[in-house]
Design a protein around this ligand. Structure first.
Ligand code: SAH
Length: 367
């Protein structure tokens, strides 16, 4: 898998690529006492300072010495767009010129005294994506490369600096397939949830996969306590294969077994994401098959309206995809509920700035 060309960093290291233990080692190699690493860690993740100059427990000399060895922030904020619904889309440029987007979504469902309780940051894990799902704008970018751990973490820390209220949740649902960048994503999770200066609890982090089976098994074996979501989108292998090339590699049966294995290992309910397409996956038979699949273990279904991706000039099958009309959408929800499926509707936050699910491909709608 392609990674960041380290030559670009000119012998410097990305500070946020390292756990505290790793940082201790690197720092002692520079002849700096080990305890300085914990001061750096506290400042970076506890106080969330934006630069070495902000680490007031270090002398100016030490700040400078670290500055010469480490790159403090691995992403540069290029653009911030705010939607009429309060959703904010961030466009970041990376050291090699690659670009990624993150989306901050204030939850409308839990509004307390005018302030949404939950603010979820949707984070990218790859620059572009190799999976080629027919309905997703990011697919048109193809894969440029995997993101570094620091680049994953810096999306959060930079978005936090630009957000008045604390970000409460993270979803790995931005650009890319997190399971294809497993090591860097999980290292970011470990750093976010480190016990001394936790940024977030693992319960507030969700990883969504298009169904990369080995990643699901690995999460189960490692007893990962973050939440897992599967982009299901179809109840038959045939339709799923038309929508998502990865379905040719892993069948619904195999994925169902893997998810059951994951549930047994972690006891964490699984979420199924299901985009409702008109006339494709919205029938009574789909309701029944979906209900059967979700009954195997505690789970819920997140029904997602299809967000148009016309700005990518889709052709072929991709151009034929249409959102299920409102009445069909609500009927599908009703029928799922009647079949005892726990359902939720994914909000379409940020539609006017092309920041909704599947729309991340550097469009510049609504400046
Ligand atoms: N690669 C991962 C995570 C990124 S996509 C995955 O596939 O799960 C995040 C979610 O947005 C997925 O459920 C994806 O299927 C959904 N999505 C993609 N394109 C969409 C679109 N045009 N409309 C609505 N949801 C979309």
């Amino acid at each position: 898998m392609r990674t960041l060309n380290q030559d670009i960093l000119q012998d410097k290291l990305l500070l946020k690529n390292y756990t505290q233990q790793e940082l201790e080692l690197l720092i002692t190699e520079l002849g700096i006492p080990k305890f300085r690493a914990s001061q750096v860690y506290k400042a970076v993740y506890g106080n969330q300072v934006p630069s070495f100059a902000g680490i007031t427990t270090l002398s100016k000399n030490l700040q400078q010495q670290l500055d010469e060895k480490f790159i403090f922030t691995s992403v540069t904020l290029d653009k911030k767009q705010t939607s009429s619904d309060g959703t904010i889309k961030f466009l970041f440029t990376l050291a090699d010129g690659a670009q990624i987007e993150s989306v901050l979504i204030p939850s409308e469902m839990e509004v307390a005294e005018g302030t949404p309780k939950r603010r979820t940051l949707c984070i990218s894990t790859q620059a572009g994506c190799p999976l080629g799902c027919e309905f997703c704008a990011t697919a048109t970018l193809k894969l440029r490369r995997n993101l570094e751990t620091a680049e994953i973490i810096d999306q959060f820390l930079t978005a936090q600096q630009h957000s008045e209220l604390p970000i409460t949740n993270i979803v790995f649902m931005g650009m890319g397939e997190p399971m294809l960048n497993y090591d860097n994503v999980m290292k970011a999770v470990d750093i976010f949830t480190n016990t001394q200066t936790p940024v977030l609890s693992s319960k507030k982090i969700t990883l969504s996969t298009a169904g990369v089976l080995p990643g699901i098994l690995r999460m189960a074996d490692e007893k990962r306590t973050i939440k897992l979501a599967l982009s299901l989108h179809a109840t038959t292998n045939g339709i799923r294969q038309k929508l998502m090339p990865i379905a040719n590699k892993y069948s619904l049966e195999e994925l169902g077994n893997a998810l059951e294995y994951y549930y047994r290992a972690t006891k964490i309910p699984v979420t199924f994401e299901y985009i409702l397409f008109d006339g494709l996956n919205d029938t009574e038979l789909d309701v029944k098959r979906l209900a059967k699949l979700t009954r195997r273990f505690p789970s819920k279904v997140n029904v997602i309206p299809f967000h148009e991706i016309d700005f990518t000039n889709p052709s072929g099958f991709s151009a034929e995809l249409k959102a299920a009309p409102k009445e069909k959408f609500f009927l599908f929800l009703k029928r799922l509920k009647e079949n005892n499926v726990q359902v939720m509707v994914r909000s379409s936050s940020g539609l006017d700035i092309d920041a909704a699910c599947g729309q991340l491909a550097f469009s510049s709608a609504a400046q």
